[in-house]
Design a binder for this molecule. Structure first.
Ligand code: UTP
Ligand code: MG
Length: 620
């Protein structure tokens, strides 16, 4: 499996299970991590050395009254040990920061890339807030895990082992007395670990729900305002927020129950050990120097025990986030370059549907039923049908956004499933029903995804062809005008024209126009239709439109109803038959006539509204 490292520092084209497992997540940072743990260990050992030196100083220097050259040497050693301890702590902190930040940077990049490679079906079924939560807050919890807890674990174990060994070397009984509380702390921590894990998981889930609500509200703020639903939405948010507050409070309650209990246990342990040590010193079992040294060691022995519990509980949050991140990583990606067929050059564009049926994963009935038709290279196929009849679903099968359930769909005689998705999507240009523009300049939006350098002249020519140039030049910044949240807001029709210009530049072999002229006025539609006619030449085209005028020139017109093709043929053929097509034609022609007449006579408003009511009734 190839493992090319991109400039972003994450690997593409690697197994999607690559980052599963904490040790694997550490890949590339293991040395730094081990270095950080080692640094902590050395600092701990130097700290214990300090205590042992104290014993030597009290018993052998002060006790023996050796004030010759030993005294300054001991003094210097104290300074050297303290300096060494500081230096290694610093080094360890630096390495652990590098490990944690490096891992999370790579993880975030990886998840961003990964999310874009998941299938349409996955995105249909997953809430945006949930994905945001997992790539931000959960990754951050993992960062804390690697920065504090994973290094902390190494530190705690080393501190414990070193100080325990040092204490054992001084006095075995005292050492054993000092760790009596350890099993109790471990059992209690594991109990809280499970409790906190559950509480934190519930907390994260609720937070994801809250960010979904917020994100949906911000996106749909116009709808909220238009329907004057602010107070309803506020109440709904307040309710979610209250739930979040409850869960957060429970989490903190658990923490606040744990800390005092562990502090009491550890405090008791320390007191007990110090008193026992004092008694031993009074009895003469140990020297005064040993007692002084052991107090330092006991403090440094209890510290890791106390922190062990804290760490175990904190780790539970890291583990929950780790689980949530891994769930996302494990989602199957949509393979872009699989497929057994390796086409050379562009496709011709012969598309044949044979008894194609299709059903959405989350839907309960077939959306497309026994679809059969043929589109010769360069032909135009028009799809007409009421809303929800399956037009968009049908064209979405071509770039393999979704997989048809049964039947056969071939492009140039090869089954569509044999083609790599990436290749298909390069060959197909789509002007979507609701085009999406990025918060970038108009130029960037027009040249988006073209896959090659586009000169300013080319971009301008495409904009002219899409009847967009005049609109753009009316903005003070012209092609450099920012669109979207930070810049100007384009109208629905203008957005559609940006999408048309973008597709013109892409120059695909197969063209899909999903209601490309739905939100433009009749005059602009005329202009765009001309541009589209020009664009359609020599390309296989699928046109979805509601106006007969937009589809009448197509080589084949398919009328869809509830997923079935109910009528097919050219405009003339369909006009010669009884059926939906002729009904639509008649209604649309009549409406246009009447409208013209009404406008000509500047008639009363009430009559005009009758005509509009009729338009609405046709439900097309
Ligand atoms: P389409 O989206 O294909 O209908 O949905 P359409 O013909 O293009 O309609 P308009 O003209 O744009 O409005 C066909 C059916 O598929 C279901 C819809 O509920 C509809 O009944 N559907 C669509 C899903 O179940 N899931 C989807 O992601 C999209
Ligand atoms: Mg549609």
């Amino acid at each position: 499996m190839s493992t090319s490292i991109t400039k972003f520092g994450f690997k593409t084209a690697v197994s999607d299970k690559r980052l599963v497992g904490l040790w694997r997540m550490l890949a590339g940072f293991r040395l730094a991590y081990l270095g950080a743990v080692l640094g902590v260990g050395i600092a701990a050992a130097l700290g214990s050395g300090n205590s042992l030196l104290l014993r030597y100083f009290v018993d052998d220097v002060l006790g023996q009254e050796r004030f010759d050259r030993t005294l300054p040497l001991v003094g210097l050693s104290f300074v050297a040990l303290a300096l060494g301890q500081g230096a290694f702590s610093f080094l360890s902190g630096k390495l652990s920061a590098r490990t944690a930040e490096g891992i999370t940077r790579r993880l975030r990049n990886y998840l961003y890339d990964h999310i874009q490679r998941l299938s349409f079906t996955y995105h249909d079924q997953t809430q945006t807030g949930e994905l945001i939560q997992r790539t931000t807050s959960d990754v951050d919890a993992l960062r804390r895990f690697f920065a504090d807890q994973a290094i902390g674990a190494g530190r705690i174990i080393l501190l414990f082992v070193i100080n325990f060994a040092a204490l054992m070397s001084l006095n075995t009984r005292l050492a054993l007395l000092s760790v009596m509380v350890v099993p109790l702390i471990v059992v209690m921590s594991l109990f809280f670990f499970r409790k906190v894990s559950k509480a934190y998981e519930a907390f994260q889930e609720q937070e994801a729900k809250l960010s979904t609500t917020l994100q949906e509200n911000l996106t749909g703020v116009r709808v909220v305002k238009a329907f004057a639903r602010q107070s309803y939405e506020r109440d709904k948010f307040e309710q979610d927020n209250w739930e979040q507050f409850q869960r957060g409070r429970w989490l903190l309650t658990l923490h606040s129950m744990f800390w005092p209990s562990s502090d009491i246990l550890c405090g008791g342990q320390m007191l007990g050990a110090l008193v026992a040590g004092a008694l031993m010193a009074i009895n003469g079992t140990i020297t005064v120097g040993t007692y002084l040294a052991s107090t330092g060691l006991i403090i440094w022995l209890i510290w890791p025990i106390r922190n062990l519990g804290r760490l175990i509980v904190q780790m539970s949050t890291g583990m929950v986030s780790y689980k949530r991140v891994v769930e996302l990583i494990k989602e199957e990606r949509e393979p872009l370059d699989e497929g057994t067929y390796r086409p050379s050059g562009n496709v011709r564009g012969e598309i044949v549907f044979r008894d194609v049926c299709f059903e959405y994963d989350n839907g309960d009935s077939a959306v497309l039923k026994d679809i059969s038709f043929r589109c010769e290279p360069g032909q135009a196929v028009a799809l007409l049908g009421s809303t929800g009849s399956g037009k968009t679903s049908l064209v979405n099968l071509l770039p393999r956004f979704y997989e048809y359930t049964s039947g056969s769909l071939t492009l140039d005689g090869v089954e569509l499933k044999e083609y790599p998705r990436h290749f298909l999507r390069q060959q197909i240009g789509i002007v979507e029903q609701e085009p999406f523009l990025f918060s970038r300049t108009i130029r960037e939006n027009i040249t988006y995804g073209v896959g090659r350098e586009v000169s300013d002249e080319e971009a301008e020519a495409a904009a002219r062809a899409a009847a967009l140039h005049d609109v753009i030049t009316s903005f003070p910044d012209g092609y450099d005008t920012l669109v979207g949240e930070k810049g100007v807001t384009l109208s629905g029709g203008q957005k559609q024209r940006v999408a048309i210009a973008r597709t013109l530049l892409k120059d695909p072999r197969i063209l899909i126009l999903d209601d490309a002229t739905s939100s433009v006025d009749t005059e602009t539609e005329g202009e765009i239709r001309q541009a589209l006619q020009h664009l359609m030449q020599g390309r296989s085209t699928f046109i979805i439109a509601h106006r007969i005028q937009s589809v009448m020139n197509a080589d084949l017109i398919l009328v869809l109803d509830q997923g079935w093709i109910v009528q097919r043929g050219t405009h003339d053929e369909l006009m010669a038959q009884e059926g939906i097509y002729r009904q639509i034609y008649d209604v649309q022609a009549r409406i246009e006539d009447e409208l013209e007449r009404e406008i000509g006579q500047t008639s009363e408003v009430s009559e005009t509204s009758e005509v509009w009511e009729e338009v609405a009734c046709v439900a097309l």
